[in-house]
Design a protein around this ligand. Structure first.
Ligand code: FA5
Length: 349
């Protein structure tokens, strides 16, 4: 019986040492030390042995049990530390790797420029008002003194959205909406927003943005218009900027003017404002850049707004935001602003 125990014990130790996983270690424990394990099976025959031999056999069985338990424990912890090492190796974090930089978003250049324009006029007390982009033909044209069949309608190629309904071609109808809704003066508003025209080239887009300004009160004069726009030009294009007004025609103002700002590109190059302007790509050698249309509100608009006070006066102006953005950022083609190319847009973040 002792020989049998020795053979089982030796076999158990061999198997435990060779176990390649915790599962096999557990299987070996059950096979040798379990209730129906090899060791227990041998000890079942103890009753049939010589009683004087039993203490020796019992002691030998206990010794093998202890040895096998020790071997099981040793193999288990050996396998556990191997497993831990493997996991540590696999799950190692290389803290020297540079982290992934999240893409930083930024406002679109059109939004940035619109906000700059709005903030500049806000400092002079202008409030922001908006209107719908789908507008009645009446408010877009008739109410701002562009009657049906008037040749001025050709100045703005129109998208019709239905009978008597257009995609507004300018922000001037917002002037009319504001005066009608307020029903009283003074009116000092700024109307930014998208407008639509059937245009498409490097400097004209079917959808673009305008900012309209309107100031109505008693005693508003052309000099106020000039002073306001001079302040705006200096804030946006630099403190040395000058403006000039050239007579022009817009049906909703009388007199009307086109407003130019002195070329900030030339003066930047020269540092003095005096340069060989022939070489300037921004002003094409004229020294002036056209930035907006403006004038004194036509009395017909006050009639259309329901303002009966004949002594009221006002000025209005309207500018294209894309044009201002192109000038400020030297953008050669307006379409770049609508292509959603991150390489282009990220320059403005
Ligand atoms: C007007 O739209 C007038 N409502 C502005 C105005 C308001 C004048 C109040 C007087 C008093 P005009 O059609 O010139 O004016 O357009 C104004 C600006 O919009 C232009 O100077 C130009 O910068 C811009 N613009 C016109 N068409 C386009 C287009 N298709 N794409 C981009 N910008 C355009």
């Amino acid at each position: 019986m002792l020989e049998k125990l020795d053979a089982i014990g030796a076999q158990a130790l061999k198997e435990v040492e060779a176990a390649s996983s915790l599962e096999i270690v557990e299987q070996a424990r059950i096979a040798y030390l379990g209730k129906k394990g090899a060791l227990s099976e041998v000890l079942k025959g103890l009753g049939a042995t010589d009683p004087s031999e039993r203490p020796r056999i019992g002691a030998a069985a206990n010794e093998w049990k202890r040895k096998i338990e020790e071997a099981l424990e040793a193999r288990k912890s050996g396998l556990e530390s191997l497993e831990l090492e493997k996991r540590l190796r696999e799950e190692r974090i290389d803290i020297s790797l540079p982290s992934r930089q999240p893409h930083k978003g930024a406002l679109h250049p059109i939004t940035q420029v619109t906000r700059r324009i709005v903030q500049t006029f806000a400092r002079l007390g202008f409030d922001v008002t908006t209107g719908p982009e789908v507008e009645t033909e009446f408010l877009n044209f008739e109410a701002v003194n562009i009657p049906k069949d008037h040749p001025a309608r050709d100045m703005q190629d129109t998208f019709f959205a239905g009978p008597g309904v257009v995609l507004r071609t300018h922000t001037s109808p917002v002037q009319m909406r504001a005066m009608r809704e307020m029903g009283k003066w003074p009116v000092r508003i700024l109307c930014p927003g998208a407008v639509y025209r059937c245009d498409d080239d490097a400097t004209h887009s079917p959808m673009f943005h305008q900012v309209e300004g309107l100031w109505v009160d008693h005693g508003v004069k052309m000099s106020h218009l000039k002073g306001t726009l001079e302040f705006f030009a200096r804030e946006l294009f630099g403190s040395g900027s000058q403006i000039r007004l050239r007579p022009s025609y817009f049906p909703f103002v009388e007199p009307g003017a086109e407003v130019d700002v002195s070329c900030f590109n030339c003066s930047t190059q020269a540092g003095s404002g005096v340069v060989a302007r022939d070489s300037c790509r921004v002003c094409k050698g004229t020294g002036w850049i056209e930035i907006l249309g403006a004038g004194m509100v036509h009395p017909r608009l006050f009639e259309m707004a329901g303002f009966k006070d004949k002594s009221l006066t006002g000025f209005a102006f309207g500018m294209g935001v894309e044009r201002i953005a192109m000038l400020l950022h030297r953008i050669p083609d307006l379409r770049l602003m609508y292509q959603g190319d991150v390489r282009f847009l990220s320059q403005f973040s």
